[in-house]
Design a protein around this ligand. Structure first.
Ligand code: ATP
Length: 479
């Protein structure tokens, strides 16, 4: 479909998934609000991730650390000195760009699948970055003949004012406080607290879901690059000798987890990091095929003992593990770091379809994995008379304690089905005249529109069977 991204953004707004933040005051760049169905989908994704991490692994526990972070923590972790982006200014269009994204996006578009060429340029770029060699970076931009990608005007190619900018938000009137740029530091700071209070032994993990903030400059890809976003991170503490083993283990587990959602195996690819973050020794991205191509969805890194050692140095606290009294070490860390908003967008963009019906009309449908759907089922009356709405309403009230369901009567049945398709409700139960006779309802499936009749006593089990999170968790456990 032409301009699928526009269609996705407009559908998300019309059906209560995503709204531009502060819209009535003109909106804020790269900040979005989640609407009534968006928040349900987001909460379901969180629950799936949280349970897969903490409930299925007896050696992983969760925490929720503060967003406001002391500058000493971020000084030790290297964020104050290293968490910088190189920016460049386009003199013609007067727009600023993050250099690595400008170049990466350009070469991916220009060289398409020629990975050899792409890697060659990335290696060169990384070398320049390491040396902070801005002169050669500008030369590279000119050599690649990059023009402003947003204006699209081929004449807009005068690049100037190249400089580094820290990506963190500092709280202005509050001395020493920053909005955290990643959730991980809260986990490192609580390493001893968690280990002691839970009597955990290496290897063990700490998981966290929470907001992070980065002052992103290029932010024009909907939920992909936000200034306020949520991360689902897990730091797994290990014996340094087992770094490669656990790195490989978590790489496999995370890919399996993504595949369990059935968004399509060809939607993912693994890309080893060429340009490692300041704390990492090994790194791989799980990339997803978004409407604008493959981009990072989740990162898996070995952070070694970088963070714990730094915090030891600055605080004089010891993070040393003394498992059997003989072998002492500061644990290494394998981290899995997933962007919740990026996963939300991956699910939404791969689920949104337009299908042609036999009667020539179209239906717009969100084929969200049923266990994550915002609404699990709708109870609908076929007509608005003869006591039929009352029966539907009664079924709804009996069932709402078990599942997140909807009762709707405000349109004709055809329109009610279309609306549920558009918000991704996997099942509709329709009450009609036969219900009065024999207590059965019609069940209509979202994906193939097949219909069958079931007894009203079976509704609850049917919803659980078709949409329950337990089924997918069980599969993960047995895999
Ligand atoms: P990118 O290279 O795309 O900027 P990153 O390598 O800086 O991402 P990490 O620091 O590894 O990202 O963060 C872990 C995860 O957090 C990413 O895989 C991504 O899913 C998510 N994330 C990072 N920055 C953003 C952002 N600005 N908006 C939304 N999600 C983000």
């Amino acid at each position: 479909m032409k301009n699928f991204l526009k269609f996705l953004i407009s559908h998300s707004k019309s059906y209560g998934f995503i709204f531009p933040s502060n819209e009535i005051y003109g909106g804020i760049n790269a900040i979005y609000d989640y609407g009534q169905y968006g928040i349900e989908l987001k909460n379901n994704i969180k629950e799936f991730w949280w349970k897969s991490m903490t409930q299925l692994n007896e050696n992983i526990v969760g925490i929720d650390s503060s967003i406001l972070t002391h500058s000493n923590v971020l000084k030790s972790s290297g964020h104050i000195d290293e968490f910088k982006e190189l920016l460049v200014y386009n003199k013609n269009s007067k727009k600023k760009y993050q250099v690595h994204l400008l170049i990466e996006n350009h070469i991916k578009k220009f060289f398409k699948n020629d990975n050899e060429q792409i890697n060659k340029i990335l290696i060169r770029l990384n070398e320049y970055f390491k040396k902070k060699d801005t002169l050669n970076i500008i030369n590279l931009i000119n050599e690649l003949n990059i023009h402003d990608p947003i204006s699209g005007n081929k004449k807009d190619k005068i690049w100037t004012n190249i400089h580094f900018m820290n990506m963190m938000f500092e709280i202005k009137n509050s001395k020493n406080l920053f909005l955290r740029p990643e959730t991980a530091q809260g986990i490192f700071c609580n390493f001893i607290n968690v280990q002691k209070s839970s009597r955990m032994k290496i290897p063990f993990g700490i998981a966290q879901i929470g907001k992070s903030f980065r002052n992103e400059i290029i932010a024009r890809q909907f939920l992909f690059r936000l200034r306020e976003f949520e991360q689902m991170e897990m730091q797994f503490f290990i014996n340094p000798k087992e770094e490669k083993k656990w790195y490989k283990y978590w790489k496999n587990i995370r890919l399996k987890w993504h595949n369990s959602l059935n968004l399509g195996k060809n939607k993912y690819r693994l890309i080893d990091h060429k340009n490692l973050a300041h704390y990492a020794s090994l790194g791989v991205d799980i990339e997803f095929n978004y409407p604008f191509g493959f981009r990072e969805l989740e990162g898996i890194h070995s952070r070694r003992d970088f963070d714990l050692k730094k915090h030891e140095l600055f605080t004089n606290k010891k993070f040393i593990i003394n498992n059997n009294k003989k072998v002492k070490y500061t644990p290494y860390v394998i981290e899995t770091s997933l962007g919740l908003d990026r996963l939300f967008m991956a699910i939404l963009s791969s689920s949104l379809k337009e299908e042609k019906l036999d009667n020539g009309k179209k239906r717009t449908i969100l084929k969200i994995p049923p266990c994550l759907s915002p609404v699990k089922a709708a109870i609908l009356p076929l007509v608005k008379k003869d006591g039929i709405p009352d029966i539907a309403n009664k079924i709804f009230h009996n069932e709402k304690i078990n599942h997140n369901i909807i009762y709707d009567y405000k349109d004709s049945i055809g329109k009610l089905y279309r609306r549920q398709d558009a918000i991704g409700t996997p099942l509709c139960f329709t009450v009609d005249y036969k219900t009065i006779e024999n207590n059965t309802v019609t069940i209509r499936y979202r994906d193939n529109m097949n219909q069958e009749r079931i007894h009203i006593n079976e509704i609850s089990n049917k919803i659980e069977l078709e949409t329950g999170l337990k089924n997918i968790l069980k599969k993960l456990l047995n895999n």
